[in-house]
Design a binder for this molecule. Sequence first.
Ligand SMILES: [Mn+2]
Length: 327
Amino acid sequence: MNKINLSTLAKRLKKPQKTLILTHQNPDPDTLGSAMALNHLLSVFGSEADIACSDTPSSRFDFILKGADTSYTDKGYERLVAVDVASPSQLGSLATLKDRVDLIIDHHEMNTRFADYYEDFRASNCENIYALAKKMGAIKKLPLHFFECVYAGMSSDTGGFKYSNVTPSTMLYASEILKSGIDHAEINRIMFDSKTVGEIKAQRLTYEIMQFYCDNALSIAVFTNEIKQANGIVESDISDAVSLVRGIEGVLVALTLKQSKDEPRKFFLSSRSNVNIDVSHACASIGGGGHHRASGATIYCNSPDEAKKLVVELFSKYIEEYKKNNE
Ligand SMILES: [Mn+2]
């Protein structure tokens, strides 16, 4: 598939076409913000667009979607654009549309480039959308909500502008976006400082079930269906559990494993690195991918114990290697 630059992308998107914007599964503010911001941008140039996602987004992100329907129905779309989607499998049940995707706009280093792609490894994909809006000369024509969406994705993918992926360009864009007059404090409060009762219960559970390996340099929480059921935990309650597992002093790599409700042999792995250990490399070796310090994979094992053993062994190797090189 062809790599395209920002000018070509801008030119192609200026053409008015009935467009479907695809987000990744288990949607986060970066994929949803990218989709909604792109929708605003397309409407400036006379394109009608819908957004589709395989999973129902958390009601926490209503401020991004504003009631937009994200279920998929074929309305004879002329153009499909995937945003913040690193591979077809990330489309979840909408992966059936993968061959119809015309354009990918993404920031993952490990994108599998399953259609013509524009990529820039900025901290968030929303920064790519903002760069696109600038290239298209549309900034002055966009509503306040466009800036709210872009800000949400930027802040979310950088953990509130505090991860190592933040660059001077991130801050420059954030500065420009604040000038639009958005209520950035409220956006951050919704995303970071407001938890449901279910999420608080899930936090307590996460700390309870956390286990340590490699002299406490590797931490892991395994959410089996049994544990989830016994504690009344739903998937959205543990969507960011890995950041709790990561926040322990001395931990170099943090993992969560979540057993699939529908397919008990399927496990979703999330990994985070606190140091210069490339977890996307480790995840790629088992069919996943993502960013250097934040990656994931889907694995198939006969039992939760087997899945845990597999990932603990895999990441232990990376930790041993890191420790050897940094003695
Ligand atoms: Mn992203």
